[in-house]
Write a protein that binds this ligand. Structure first.
Ligand SMILES: [Zn+2]
Length: 291
């Protein structure tokens, strides 16, 4: 060390006592910050992990359950469940879904009556304000239900519970057959294919009724102004749904019943929604012309 550096050194040392303390404090603070960040991260990871686990396995949040055939129904301690009425609804929904090509006789469904349960909020983190939702093997029913009358009532709609459950069950079968990762909120087929098929299956009783006519349904849809059906459409009398549920249903119905396609083929079909829709309207006009 050169001699002339001495004053500088002592100078440094003189002032050095302060920086040393400051440095120590900084060191300590860094440690604390590091620990806090690590702690927060750990907390976040555990927290998010816990929430994700609860979304898939919410059983512990429900005090009561009953089993019926392929179903386990979970509900709150104070909920007076009309079990027999519910069993009939479950059986009818099962019978509808059984006819779907995706039906899996080994599959066990878990139904959670989540209204007034914390699970409603937790599973709601997946986004979208819905009345029921299928996630993996779970069906969350998110609003009050009237089991005796097989209904759910929302602000604007009266919903058929059997159809609602059948719809959600088909979502579960989609994920079962094509993989959870291909039918998730993050990755899924176009909405008309995603929602159209469960609607098509769930409403099969109505679609097969004597008075039902697909051409008239397409006509009913195309004759309504765009701005009226921009968000919702009256899928069946008294039940307004996001428009793509209905549009998807008539399109899937057209492809399966008129064109003889399977759901597999529809998923693989590279054509756009617009192309398929226009082809369907063309078919409606053609057939109408023949009348
Ligand atoms: Zn759906």
């Amino acid at each position: 060390m050169p001699p002339n550096s001495q004053p500088t050194n002592s100078n440094t040392r003189r002032h050095g006592s302060k920086p040393a303390v400051v440095q120590q404090i900084i060191k300590k603070m860094k440690k604390i910050i590091k620990r806090t960040i690590a702690g927060t991260l750990l907390f976040a990871v555990v927290g998010i992990g816990g929430l994700v686990t609860l979304i898939f396995y919410p059983q512990s949040l429900f005090a009561n359950k009953f089993e019926h055939n392929q179903f386990t129904v979970y509900y709150n301690k104070d909920y007076k469940i009309e079990k027999e009425a519910f069993q009939v609804i479950l059986d009818n929904a099962y019978e509808i879904v059984e006819k779907s090509g995706l039906h899996n006789p080994d599959f066990k469904y878990k139904v959670f009556l989540a209204q007034n349960n914390i699970f409603n909020k937790i599973e709601g983190l997946q986004g979208c304000d819905v009345i029921a939702r299928a996630t993996a093997w779970n069906i969350a029913v998110k609003k009050d239900i009237d089991l005796k009358n097989n209904r759910m009532y929302t602000d604007r709609s009266t919903v058929d519970l059997t159809v609602l459950l059948a719809h959600e069950m088909v979502h579960i079968l989609q994920a079962d057959k094509y993989g959870l990762l291909n039918f998730s909120p993050l990755k899924h087929p176009p909405m008309w294919k995603l929602e159209g098929y469960p609607e098509y299956v769930a409403r099969s009783t109505y679609l097969n009724s004597e008075t039902y006519d697909l051409r008239k349904e397409i006509q009913r849809f195309v004759s309504v102004d765009e701005d009226i059906k921009i968000e919702t459409f009256e899928a069946v009398e008294g039940h307004f749904m996001p428009t793509y549920y209905f549009k998807g249903r008539i399109m899937v119905e057209y492809l399966m019943d008129i064109k003889g396609m399977t759901y597999d083929a529809i998923l693989k079909d590279p054509r756009t929604e617009e192309v398929v829709f226009n082809e369907m309207v063309g078919w409606m006009n053609e057939v109408k012309g023949e009348d």
